[in-house]
Design a protein. Sequence first.
Length: 198
Amino acid sequence: MNAQGAEVRLNIGAGETHLPGFHNIDLSPRAEISLDLGREPLPFEDGSVDLVFSYHTLEHVENYLFALGEIHRVLKPGGWLLLGVPYVTLTEFHLVNPYHRHNFSEHSFDFFDPAKLQGSAVEDPSIRFRKVFHRFHYMEWFHLCPPPLRGWCRRHLFNVVRKIDVGLVKLGGASADASLESEMRTRFDACLRLRVPY
């Protein structure tokens, strides 16, 4: 929250829509703040932002690690990052899309969690997130399968999951336990509903 007690919220990759009450950021000149997130820093102080929402944007950013580092920098400890991204094994609109530069799964952000995979690669150790939830959007009839079969299909077949929603919390604040999951999911869905076309 800022000095007046209002929550500071960013909508990154506003694209064709914006979120009222958010600072809407995009490469598009129609956005309130127009910048290239893969190269230009976010114009916010360190630890000044409460919430970042980004829907189907990070897969387009050339330097995804720079963008994630900037998001981490401006978030307060305990701040939330809510993401919607295409799933890694979607061939129909993702792997064939020449504008998609990165792939995401339920494990993508474990590399920024010291309790999981952080330290297993040469990632920047200063970027520290913990995943609170992920939610799959299954294609066609796969959502009707029992969970073990769904999991097997997701791991071994293409075009099972269309996209994935992820809720992350910046480490260093209040504990990121499972009690946040319901609240973060509700907030994610509210952000989706509130988007307004420019």
